[in-house]
Design a protein around this ligand. Sequence first.
Ligand SMILES: [Zn+2]
Length: 268
Amino acid sequence: MFYLPQCAPQWYLRLETNCLPVEPTIIKNALFSWLKSVESPRDSLIRVCYSQMVKVHENIEHRYNWYRDFKKVLTKWDCHEILNYDPDPDDYVSIIKIIKEINSIVEKIKSSVQEEDIVKMNMSNLMSEYKSLKTHIFTEPFLNYDLDWGIIKLGVQIRSNIPRLTCNKRTVSLNGMELIYKSGKESLCTICYLRETEDAYHMLIRCTAYNYIRQTTFKKEILPSNKPEFTESIKNMSEEKLKSMVHFTRRAPLIRDMILENKNPYIY
Ligand SMILES: [Zn+2]
């Protein structure tokens, strides 16, 4: 959807968009299905089947047992004890209590999976700078701007600083991608003399090959001059900033191709 490389971590997309993995939703639906079984009359078919499943769940000769698998999933989140409830179908108070407990289990799992994503973000070598950008969990406002999807997509790519940018329906893989998939020996920018890794930051802010378009594209007050300033500037992506980055990124790959084709990296 955002044309990120396959190695882009899922936690990045989840934190950027404030989406959760599917696990809490699946568990919630399964818990309400389970409740449907245990709140049914004891002589109903659904309840009889469920009771039989519980009875034989420890017998490994029965290869498939929904109750056994579900218990295993709930044990992972330390909430399997809810399965011990055996309410009377007419006891509404008990059933309401179980519903409340299901909701609190689901909330607990949701906050645990978000904590896991935050830990992964803090430990990441692939996107080591993202933790300076993302200080709170919310859907990044720029994702909902009334702008062309290509512009939003570019915003996500720039914030990931994974060296792959898409503009004008064309994706440019910068040399920094070598650091991700290969040895990294060819990760340096070959169209300027700075001998820096060619990633989004280098292209947008540092590379001398783009000095001219940078000056004509970015307004002085929003042009960062070093990495901390760049990180700060993309922390809150305004429409104006996003649009100027798009203007720059539409023109920069053409200049890059031109210099690379001439095989003279210092001529521009
Ligand atoms: Zn360069």
